[in-house]
Ligand binder design. Structure first.
Ligand SMILES: C[S@@+](CC[C@H](N)C(=O)[O-])C[C@H]1O[C@@H](n2cnc3c(N)ncnc32)[C@H](O)[C@@H]1O
Ligand code: SF4
Ligand code: SF4
Length: 308
């Protein structure tokens, strides 16, 4: 007599994450995809030294599993979902956000703005229309504007517009604020360009003293619109050339951002950890990441990161 066949469906074995040691990382960042529909001139993700090949992919089940394992191993409390463009994998991001106590998204908003009540969505827009489009591509400013106006502004999602200031779009800071100040968002934030070691793009300031005037202009718009512009004056003052190294160090040794775990999508769809969230080739002495200076300012005053 033949044996009865039993159909057993085995759950597919999920790959375990790369070993990033035993460190404690209160916060992480994950590039859920290396795919992006834009090719912004200033983008650090697609720099030569980074893991960033669009063919490197991790399926949803594996990524959810690995994020959970890494969360538990490193006690990760907050996760920033990034890319490439994270909304290309919106379903995955929606499933992964509840894994963490605090989750946020940074998006180019060309696929709309996700409704994630109780969470922060940072929408990138790099100045007034002409300047932003010269960085993000023709027609992108209007698409983002449509996304901002199409969303339900009462859905409980915190939406902030973020301008990354470079030498190229710095002339548009004031016009940007005047243009978007009436939009249905929760505020406007500024961060500054993070260059590579031997940056030849012309987007950064070779001598940080040249950036000081631009920082002063951001402080001025903050003082003019204190409730709309979210940046902190104390943090912005930390960016001045005579003290910025206190927050960064020559090679990130003073930088709070280095205490985050950056998960880039690397070869074969495995997570890799670059030097910092901004990738491998970065010039810390000219770093403009607002979060670095805000973190330093708050720590120096004994404030929590979420206090002003
Ligand atoms: C790399 S993008 C990824 C998420 C999404 N695609 C977007 O554009 O928002 C995240 C943020 O980094 C900013 N960014 C890109 N390159 C930068 C650089 N070299 N220095 C500082 N910020 C940069 C972008 O403007 C954006 O606000
Ligand atoms: S949209 Fe974001 S990830 Fe894509 S190129 Fe621009 S800054 Fe980079
Ligand atoms: S580039 Fe900026 S964020 Fe990265 S380690 Fe250096 S100072 Fe920190």
């Amino acid at each position: 007599m033949g044996r009865a066949k039993v159909n057993v469906t085995l759950a597919p074995e999920l790959r375990e994450p790369t070993d990033f040691g035993d460190g404690h990382f209160a916060a992480g960042l994950v590039n859920v995809t290396n795919v992006c529909n834009l090719s912004c001139t200033h983008c650090f993700v697609f720099r030569a030294d980074n893991p960033n090949k669009p063919k490197d992919k991790m399926d949803d089940a594996t990524m959810l599993h690995q994020l959970e394992v890494l969360r538990d191993k490193h006690q990760i409390k907050s996760m920033l979902f990034m890319g490439g463009e994270p909304m290309i994998r919106k379903d995955l991001v929606m499933k992964a956000m509840p894994l963490f106590e605090h989750s946020s998204i940074v998006t180019n908003a060309t696929y709309g703005i996700p409704s994630v009540p109780g969470h922060l969505v940072t929408v990138s827009l790099d100045g007034p229309e002409e300047l932003s489009d010269s960085i993000r591509g023709q027609g992108v400013f209007q698409k983002v504007k449509q996304s901002v106006f199409a969303r339900d502004a009462t859905d409980g999602t915190t939406v902030i517009l973020q301008m990354t200031v470079t030498k190229q779009n710095a002339p548009g800071i004031e016009e940007f604020v005047e243009t978007v100040k009436g939009w249905p968002v929760d505020g406007i934030a500024f961060t500054f360009y993070v260059p590579t070691m031997n940056d030849q793009t012309g987007l950064g300031w070779d001598d940080l003293r040249e950036r000081d005037d631009v920082v002063r202009r951001v402080i001025a718009v903050k003082q003019k619109y204190p409730h709309i512009v979210k940046s902190n004056v104390g943090a912005l003052e930390m960016m001045f050339s005579d003290r910025s190294m206190e927050a960064t160090g020559e090679r990130g040794e003073n930088c709070g951002i280095r205490r985050m775990l950056p998960l880039y999508m690397g070869e074969g769809g495995n997570f890799e950890r670059p030097f910092c969230c901004y990738g491998n080739d970065v010039d810390c002495t000219r770093c403009g990441a607002y979060a670095v200076f805000n973190g330093h300012y708050k720590r120096s005053r004994g404030l929590r990161e979420d206090e002003d």
